[in-house]
Ligand binder design. Structure first.
Ligand SMILES: [Zn+2]
Length: 639
């Protein structure tokens, strides 16, 4: 059974080191170019420092070189891969198979989720071509993950937390179509988070402007055991643009949750050391759009976040009364000065303010504009919690058993750490017999326990001497420091390193025809697929393809389902008859009878096709293929 990895995002060196300190087994980081998050690029020097830090705990650093590449970029990208190898990274996350036609360093290759790794056939292909790991598509169900596991032996990495793409992984060209900013090249402008109105075939408004493509954030905390049992070995947190406090909080949370599952279900974590956080992690306290399990256990979860693409926060209660410079909540709220609150105004726009002070249920915020009686109030910034994280100094210590023993010339200190690594430091000294044996032993044990600023913490201390010796504290301290250095060096020597040379082959790709959704942007990528039996290759959208009339998104998220109009909704027995929360259904389409009907909140299904219209008047057509559990919605650009 492979070791189980908690994998965290690192926007920069500081965040990456904080993630390791909070218990991440591995972090992933983007270099200055080709990292699929243009705003989170790092220098080679910083990546080298991060790798050296992670390696002290036998943790790993993966570099994301996962944009699709133009022909004129391949050489630089390959050069970068070699630089990253020299910087000490443990693996490369790639999307562009053009790289596989080049001479790469002997690093394990991880297939980016952008490769749309969603079927047993595709993942088996990745294994046969030489990838060591597939990062699975986010929209998969547990059964699909199990089927992939049954068909392959490579490592499976799954997203467990963070922002979701509404489009199937790697299949989105909406941002590129709308403004030339390609998600496949790390420039996504997030058009899915914008406001859209939904209109029917006759141009009649069905839903007024809401964030109709914006999803909640993933949180699979309750399903870690299922994923482990399904054969997932890497548990990934999304967020290379997220700040350090967020990463510390979420990593701390999943370290605790995963340790709990590992001790209950069996399994070992992929790196060394035990963590002391210095704060109580809580994923509700940092950025989220409301949580969802997405499709992991099938359709039916709350998936959409139409109210706002921002962090709305934890619900506190409703406004009972509004005063001149204060408002009163219907229940006592644990608010404090400095907290941030949010609420929806009469136009259903999200507003926010900072709390100046609180008196019982009465809150004095900096501003009240738009706050009305009955409005729900949320807290999106918990000042005390933020302060606790900022002031915490998480530490991670590798457990060592220490033994002090006599040598013919003096004394020696021996360590065996939790990974079974040995080190020894000795000191030649006169053996002065202690006058007070008990005191001598206690003093030695006390000195040895002080591993202080090192990466180590003593789990047991044994003192083995023929007669109790008098040892000066300076002698013990020097010995202890020398031992910590020797142990760190021994760990570096013994760290398992998995180098792997990529050898091209010609195993058949599971299709002979590829559309622009295969993201083939360069000649080398086309050559790769031809060698693997593909005969018909359409170039990637980024080659300058006119996307008018093309599908720019394919989603499992079904807007019909959200509105209670999907035929699969009845067959899956989902909750019915309630107005979908957060969707502003146009009043003229709603009748009391409809609101009570068992299948729909709309009186009659609006005639199709439906369109989304943004605030600049651009139209997207929605094509639905609904069926039992397997709805697919296609978003067509400029229909
Ligand atoms: Zn549907």
């Amino acid at each position: 059974m492979p070791a189980i990895e908690l994998l965290a995002p690192a926007k920069d060196l500081e965040t990456g080191m904080a993630a390791i300190n909070c218990g991440a087994d591995a972090v992933y980081v983007g270099p200055a170019r080709f990292g699929a998050r243009e705003a989170a690029g790092n220098s080679l020097a910083d990546i080298e420092r991060l790798a050296a830090y992670a390696h002290r705990y036998w943790g790993k650093v993966y570099a994301a070189v996962n944009t699709v590449l133009r022909d004129d970029e391949i050489e630089a990208a390959v050069g970068l891969c070699h630089d990253l190898h020299r910087a000490g990274v443990d693996g490369l996350i790639i999307q562009d198979v053009g790289l596989l036609e080049c001479s790469l360093p002997p690093l394990p290759l991880l297939a980016s989720t952008q490769m749309h790794n969603h079927t047993p056939e595709r993942v088996a292909f990745l294994e046969k071509t030489g990838f060591v790991r597939a990062i699975l598509a986010r929209e998969l169900e547990l059964d699909q993950i199990r089927a992939i596991r049954a068909a392959t032996t490579l490592e499976l990495e799954v997203f467990i937390h963070g922002a979701l793409c509404v489009c199937m992984s790697g299949q989105c060209t909406l941002s590129y179509a709308m403004g030339g900013r390609s998600g496949n090249r790390g420039q996504c402008a997030q058009p899915c988070r914008r406001g859209y109105a939904l209109v029917d075939a006759h141009g009649k408004e069905v839903v007024s402007e809401r964030h109709l493509l914006s999803l909640r954030d993933l949180n699979l905390t309750p399903h870690l055991g299922d994923l482990l049992a399904a054969g997932v070995s890497s548990f990934k947190i999304e967020g290379r643009l997220k700040n350090k406090a967020y990463v510390m909080n979420v990593v701390g949370h999943y370290r605790q949750a995963l340790d709990h599952i590992l001790s209950a279900q069996g399994g070992r974590k992929a790196s060394s050391g035990a963590v002391t956080l210095g704060f109580e992690p809580n994923p509700d306290k940092t950025f989220n759009r409301g949580y969802t399990r997405y499709f992991l256990t099938g359709r039916g979860a709350e998936v959409a976040s139409p109210g706002s693409p921002k962090h709305v926060g934890e619900p506190l209660g409703r406004v009972a009364a509004v005063g001149r410079d204060s408002f009163t909540l219907d229940a006592p709220a644990p608010l404090g000065s400095g907290d941030g609150i949010t609420f929806y105004d009469r136009e259903q726009k999200l507003e926010g303010s900072t709390v100046n002070r609180v008196q019982g249920k009465t809150v004095f915020p900096q501003r009240l504009d738009g706050l009305a009686t009955g409005a729900r109030v949320f807290r999106n910034h918990d000042h005390a919690f933020a302060k606790q994280i900022a002031q915490s100094r998480p530490s991670r210590k590798i457990g060592v058993a220490l033994k002090l023993r006599e040598t013919p010339q003096g004394i020696a200190l021996v360590a065996t750490d939790e990974d079974g690594i040995h080190a020894e430091a000795s000191l030649a000294c006169d053996k002065v017999v202690a006058e007070k044996p008990d005191k001598a032993r206690a003093s030695v044990e006390q000195s040895l326990a002080k591993l202080g600023d090192t990466d180590f913490a003593a789990t047991t201390i044994a003192v083995e001497w023929a007669t109790p010796l008098h040892l000066a504290p300076a002698q013990i301290n020097g010995l202890r420091r020398a031992l910590a250095e020797a142990l760190a060096a021994a760990r570096a020597q013994s760290r398992p390193v998995h180098e792997r040379t990529f050898i091209p082959n010609d195993v058949p790709f599971p299709a002979t025809k590829l559309s622009y959704l295969a993201n083939v942007l360069n000649q080398k990528a086309a050559a790769f697929y031809r060698r693997h039996g593909v005969v018909d290759i359409e170039p990637a959208a980024e080659s300058g393809l006119d996307l008018a009339g093309h599908t720019v998104m394919t989603t499992r998220y079904c807007l019909k389902y959200e509105l209670g109009l999907c035929p699969s909704r009845e067959s899956t027995g989902a909750e019915e008859g309630t107005e979908p929360e957060g969707f502003q259904i146009a009043k003229r389409d709603r009748t009391p009878a409809a609101a009570l009907s068992s299948s729909s909140v709309l009186s009659t299904p609006p005639p199709e096709p439906w369109f989304l219209i943004d605030d600049e008047g651009r139209r997207l057509r929605l094509d639905f293929r609904c069926g039992q559990r397997h709805c697919v919605m296609e978003v067509v650009y400029k229909p």
